[in-house]
Every structure is written in C-alpha cells, then in structure tokens.
Design a protein around this ligand. Structure first.
Ligand code: SF4
Length: 84
C-alpha cells in the first residue's frame, strides 16, 4: 500500500505556506510558523515522515516542487529511487 515516503526537513522550513496552500489535505501550518505533515511522524532529528500511496503522490510532488527551500523530499520505498 504505502509505496512512497515523504521526508520533510522541518528545521529548515521557512514557513512560507506554499505546501499547505498547494496540498491542504496533507500539509498544514503550525502555530510555530512552520508546516506539518498531517498525520506525519516526528523524528528525533526534527524531520517528519509519512508513508503514502500512489494516489497521494501527485499532490505531495506539487508541494515539494513548490517549496522554495526544497525541504520536502519524496522517495519510492520499493526502489529507493529519489523522486524529489
Ligand atoms: S513550502 Fe517549504 S518552506 Fe514553505 S511552509 Fe512548506 S515546507 Fe515550509
């Protein structure tokens, strides 16, 4: 089911709001000024992760491509191919 992994370098988010505007079903702005992955898992290093399926890829790819500081990354979990 979960075929792709979002890896989000949250410490380096500049809080521009693009991801939440482009893909509001997956991204939201937090009170601290940075965004969060809805339902995402926080890592010890401050990054967040979420496993997603094929149908959630496009919206998150758009969010990642719109991020001005490129802190949203996507990879294929099966092949380990880095998508963005
Ligand atoms: S688009 Fe990037 S910099 Fe802007 S809020 Fe989202 S993760 Fe942060």
């Amino acid at each position: 089911m979960a075929k792709f992994l979002i890896e989000y370098d949250r410490p380096n988010c500049i809080g521009c709001g693009v991801c939440a505007a482009v893909a509001p079903e997956f991204w939201e702005m937090n009170n601290d000024g940075k965004s969060d992955i809805k339902g995402g898992k926080s890592r010890q290093d401050g990054w967040q992760e979420l496993e997603i399926g094929e149908k959630s890829l496009e919206a998150n790819k758009n969010a990642a491509e719109g991020c001005p500081v490129n802190v949203i990354h996507l990879k294929n979990k099966e092949t380990q191919e880095k998508i963005i």
